[in-house]
Design a binder for this molecule. Structure first.
Ligand SMILES: O=P(O)(O)OC[C@H]1O[C@H](O[C@H]2O[C@H](CO)[C@@H](O)[C@H](O)[C@H]2O)[C@H](O)[C@@H](O)[C@@H]1O
Length: 406
């Protein structure tokens, strides 16, 4: 896919052909409770025609992708302890999978050795990484212990959260001012604003945060704002009758959740989204965990956001192109995080760490089983940094870098 030459605006040129013969909308739905967010302004009306067949979503693989988009929910024991989730393929398969994706905790000595004389930069996904996956996206809270682990990490290393949620929303959930935040899958980034990055880039704007402080924003999909709002309104309108469906507006992208929708109705959701997207060739669909993500067709994703942040952070461009100086660590759990893993893998720089309690193919280097292991890992990074600080003043054995889990 070729980039258009629009300066500073990474718009892809390979637009899908416009198909004017829309299928219309299925009308034989059960009357159900209101779902998703309410939307009161005029919504472009959508013809409610019953599609003859649901061939579109089946033939293009959407349904299969939806079914495999998240591990089936296992019986969760009373206190929702993720350690109580039994992996799909059983412990044996999981253990052999870990030969290919070793535990980042058990490999901590390798990581700390690699980190010597390098500046660690930490990138964290939010859902499924810092907060456990729960049925209601509005209740995906970060625990106090995790928050304080993230805060401590940020005291020692430049730390950024890169989420599919809107930047405002993820900031509200995390509530730490000492981090960098990238929302909308990296399409809305607060960055330190070094001239080297922002100069002549039409996607860099100055703004103010909630405390009135000046901030630098990188927003490569700014021109898509009205389009996302329009599509969000259509999605809310069309999905409102599907029990359990929830539509979210993440500013530069929109999400349609089907985790709480009966599986027999998933094809309806898929068809609705498919039909709406037919009219928006400049938008595309990606799959998250039981969520369809609608985003601009631009050459931008979490991987690009990692590159952008590394270039704009303290150590600058030379740092990232020269992996002798920087060790990026990216921790994430879903398909959208694979873009970031790929970047690190391709550059052979730093480590992608996949959070998963089940076996799956990934571009990550290491793995962690769940959010509680993520917390252990972050705490180990902090201990390592504190050890380094001690070592600078007094002697300290390198073996003390190893974690309790080694
Ligand atoms: O990039 P992330 O920070 O991982 O955000 C990805 C999506 O996360 C949220 O949905 C996911 O978590 C929900 C709460 O646990 C869960 O109910 C849902 O099934 C998951 O897909 C968020 O609501 C989405 O908008 C994000 O795109």
């Amino acid at each position: 896919m070729d980039l258009k030459s629009t300066k500073g605006s990474p718009v892809l040129a390979d637009r899908a052909p416009i198909n004017k013969s829309r299928l219309g909308i299925h009308s034989s739905l059960l009357p159900c409770s209101q779902s998703g967010q309410s939307f009161s302004t005029a919504v472009p009306s959508i013809p409610r025609k019953k599609p003859g067949k649901l061939d579109d979503v089946c033939s293009n693989g959407w349904l299969d992708a939806m079914k495999s988009s998240s591990p089936p929910r296992k019986k969760v024991l009373k206190d929702f302890n993720f350690a109580d989730l039994v992996p799909d393929d059983g412990e044996t398969a999981y253990e052999s999978w870990k030969i290919r994706y070793p535990s980042a905790l058990n490999s901590f000595r390798t990581i700390s050795t690699r980190a010597r004389n390098r500046k660690i930069v930490v990138f964290l996904d939010y859902d499924g990484t810092l907060s456990p996956i729960v049925d209601d996206p509005d209740r995906a809270f970060i625990s106090d212990d995790m928050r304080s682990a993230v805060r401590s990490v940020a005291e020692h290393f430049p730390t950024a959260i890169i989420s599919g949620r809107s930047r405002d929303m993820v900031f509200r959930l995390v509530g730490l001012t000492e981090l960098y935040y990238a929302g909308s899958h990296g399409m809305d980034i607060i960055f330190p604003g070094r001239d080297i990055v922002s100069r002549n880039n039409v996607n860099c704007v100055k703004s103010t945060d909630e405390e009135g402080k000046e901030i630098n924003l990188f927003q490569p999909a700014r021109e898509f704002l009205p389009m996302i709002d329009e599509v969000f309104a259509k999605l809310v309108e069309t999905c409102k009758d599907i029990k359990g469906a929830k539509v979210e507006n993440h500013k530069f992208c929109a999400s349609v959740h089907y985790r709480n929708v009966d599986q027999e109705n998933w094809h309806i959701i898929a068809q609705y989204v498919h039909d709406i997207l037919k009219d928006y060739p400049r938008l595309r669909l990606t799959h998250g965990r039981k969520v369809l993500e609608i985003r601009p067709v631009i050459n931008w994703d979490k991987g690009k956001a990692v590159e952008f942040l590394l270039e704009s952070l303290e150590h600058g461009i030379a740092g990232f192109s020269n992996c002798d100086d920087v060790l990026p660590i990216y921790i994430g759990d879903d398909r959208t995080d694979e873009d970031a893993f790929k970047v690190l893998k391709k550059r052979n720089c730093g480590y992608g760490i996949l959070v998963s309690a089940v076996t799956k193919e990934s571009n990550a280097f290491f793995s962690l089983k769940d959010t509680s292991e993520v917390q252990d890992f972050l705490e180990s990074l902090v201990k390592m940094a504190q050890g380094d600080a001690t070592k600078n003043g007094a002697s300290r054995k390198s073996s003390e870098y190893d974690t309790k889990k080694n």
